[in-house]
Design a binder for this molecule. Structure first.
Ligand code: SF4
Ligand code: MSK
Length: 634
């Protein structure tokens, strides 16, 4: 039975063990929840005020209006954009942290961190129109941080500066025209250009309050505006500020899957999304004094392994292995070899607190925004970064002697993966600019590019869609790039290797072999979806076309978070069609479905597609790509 739950052998081994020993894991809780609420799945329930909760009968037999008179489309649209608001908030709040840290470092107020990539700092400054002449790195950093922070809080109606500096030329023109044309057609301005990252999120919460915005198109347009504030704002700020502070990722090899945990070492798993603390933990684990301390406790050393996107952040910049993606978080604890599961924010199951109690594992929360009943809390602040990191590593070392050897079961699976494909590294592999990639696309060696992102979801077999969708695409000479839990799935499957190109079509294979790159490129964490946007903008500007004219497609085939809804929406609004599976909670609103699948296409060029079958999905993607190639005359 457990074989059906994951495509990953190590996961199945641990699931089987969990079931044998009665450790409760996510798949058990999903089963307990069956049947899940049909109203919720269709998006037709509302509890935005206490005249409700209300729900619309999808069969047309029961109520078709809430107590206030809101109909299905209004309710579905409001629920959808509240998901976007939460997703955009999570990404953008993440970005605020490194932006504030950059400012503190620039002003000499924080000496725990430094500016590691001055070249990137200058590139970012150039994009933002900041004159770098005769300025030292601290002055430039201060000005970059000020622009970033201002994008979160300015009160004028101009678009945010990061979007102005990074979005493709024709895309910006298109967004402006959309605002104007909809104004002329309807008498209302549907603004899509984000004025302020935080404001667009607040605006969603305001307009979805009872008795404000009830027009599905108007509501969804605001969702789009907030999502653009995420993709071309908050997420991009996170990526760029982190690169400046911690270094822009470079291509290198790491290991992936539960087999990276070491029987004879103190194992710390770092899980969540923000690299600000984990950067310090990685450094602390290399401290000879702490290594000696670990040895004095009977361990051979200290082993740090990542999980989810904190894992992606540190594997992109360091030689730190990754223990797994989202559905591996409980399985890592079940190995019995984790001394500390250290978490920051996002995608962390609260269930880890109880599960850890079945083992010696210390479940340590570190963010003032993310507390878990039953966890140990060691609060992290940037101004006591080294001390907290050392304290956490020491807690893990002290816990080593509590490990119960009879409970240790570490699967052997452990694959090498080539990672670190920042835009800068992709360009460097291409010889410094996008010309060779454009030429390969023109010659048809690469038909197009698909970006796959997003999570695991226990509703589908773990990693199955991630791996098989990607494999089918490369067979058709479509290059696959991506981030997040997709990238870890591919790493665990041993596919982030130049060798994997053997399974690609002849054209793509020849390009990968010539450039010595895999046919699947790991571009980073969830916020690094911004790297995909930057690459797409670079291609569009090079060809002087709109992003929607390019042979591109996106997919989140195992998504589960609200962040994924925001990501999908900003790709669609930037002109890239997006495939989703499982089904988002929108099918109860016919008008909403039409806006997402048809109106979006007419207005932005991007649109949503929902499809379960992999072959059909690849056909849809390939047809779109071929259509775009034809329009481009290639
Ligand atoms: Fe019901 Fe309207 Fe209140 Fe929603 S806002 S709970 S539909 S009365
Ligand atoms: S960690 S958002 S489960 S990709 Fe970024 Fe994975 Fe999705 Fe979290």
């Amino acid at each position: 039975m457990s074989k059906e739950l994951s495509f990953d052998r190590a996961a199945n081994q641990m699931i089987e063990l969990a079931h044998k020993k009665n450790y409760e894991i996510v798949w058990d809780r999903l089963k307990e929840q069956q049947p899940q609420c049909g109203f919720g799945q269709l998006g037709v329930c509302c509890r935005n005020c206490v005249m409700g909760p209300c729900r619309i009968d999808p069969y047309g037999e029961g109520p078709q209006k809430g107590v206030c008179g809101a109909e299905a489309d209004t309710i579905v649209a409001r629920n959808l954009v509240r998901m976007i608001a939460a997703g955009a908030a999570a990404h953008s709040d993440h970005g605020r942290r490194p932006a504030m840290l950059l400012k503190e470092v620039a002003e000499g107020k924080n000496t725990h961190y430094e500016i590691k990539d001055e070249g990137k700092l200058k590139e970012v400054a150039k994009r933002l129109g900041i004159d770098v002449k005769d300025k030292d790195k601290f002055q430039i950093a201060k000005e970059v941080a000020d622009v970033a922070l201002n994008d979160y809080g300015k009160q004028d109606s101009k678009p945010i500066r990061f979007l102005e500096g990074y979005a493709a030329k024709k895309l910006k023109e298109k967004w402006l025209k959309i605002e104007e044309s909809l104004y002329q057609n309807t008498g209302k301005i549907f603004g899509v250009l984000p004025r302020n990252i935080d404001r667009e999120i607040v605006d969603i919460m305001h307009r979805t309050h009872i008795g404000v915005d009830n027009h599905p198109l108007s509501i969804i347009m605001q969702g789009i505006r907030a999502s653009l504030g995420d993709g071309w704002g908050g997420s991009l700020i996170a990526t760029e500020c982190q690169d400046i502070l911690f270094g822009t990722p470079k291509v290198h090899a790491v290991y992936a899957n539960l087999g990276v945990l070491k029987k004879d070492r103190v194992n710390l798993v770092i899980h969540g999304h923000e690299p600000v603390l984990s950067e310090q933990i990685v450094a602390a684990a290399q401290d000879p004094e702490l290594i000696e301390y670990a040895k004095s406790k009977g361990a051979k050393g200290i082993n740090i392994a990542g999980m989810c996107c904190t894992g992606n952040e540190i594997l992109m910049r360091h030689n730190v292995p990754v223990a797994g993606n989202e559905l591996h978080q409980e399985l890592a604890v079940i190995t019995g070899a984790v001394e500390a599961m250290v978490v920051d924010v996002q995608c962390i199951f609260p269930a880890l607190a109880n599960l850890s109690k079945c083992f010696h594992t210390k479940f340590i929360s570190t963010s003032d925004q993310a507390l878990f009943p039953g966890a140990m809390h060691v609060q992290f602040e940037e101004d006591n970064a080294e001390e907290v990191a050392r304290r956490i590593v020491k807690i893990a070392i002290d816990n080593f002697e509590n490990r119960d050897e009879s409970k240790v079961n570490i699967p052997e699976e452990n694959k090498e993966a080539l990672v670190g494909f920042s835009v800068e590294q992709i360009l460097s592999a291409l010889g410094g600019n996008v010309t060779p990639l454009v030429e390969a696309i023109k010659q048809g060696k690469i038909k197009g590019v698909v970006g796959i992102v997003g999570c695991n979801n226990p509703k589908v077999k773990q990693d199955y869609y991630h791996v098989n969708l990607a494999k089918e695409l490369i067979k058709r000479d479509i290059l696959v790039i991506g981030t997040g839990c997709w990238a870890i799935a591919l790493a665990k499957a041993g596919l982030l290797s130049v060798d994997a190109a053997k399974e690609a079509g002849e054209g793509l294979k020849s390009v990968c072999e010539a450039l010595n790159i895999p046919p699947f490129l790991h571009m980073g964490s969830c916020v690094d979806c911004s790297r995909i946007l930057v690459l797409a903008a670079g291609l569009a500007d090079y060809l002087d076309v709109d992003i929607s004219d390019l042979p591109l497609f996106g997919s989140a085939p195992e998504w589960m978070t609200e962040k994924a809804v925001s990501i999908g929406t900003y790709f669609v609004a930037s002109g890239v069609p997006v495939h989703l599976w499982p089904v988002p909670p929108v099918l109860g609103g016919k008008e909403v479905v039409k806006i997402l699948t048809q109106t979006a296409k007419e207005v932005f060029g991007g649109f949503f597609v929902i499809e379960e079958n992999i072959q059909k999905t690849v056909d849809i993607m390939e047809n779109h790509i071929l259509e775009k190639r034809k329009s481009l005359g290639i």
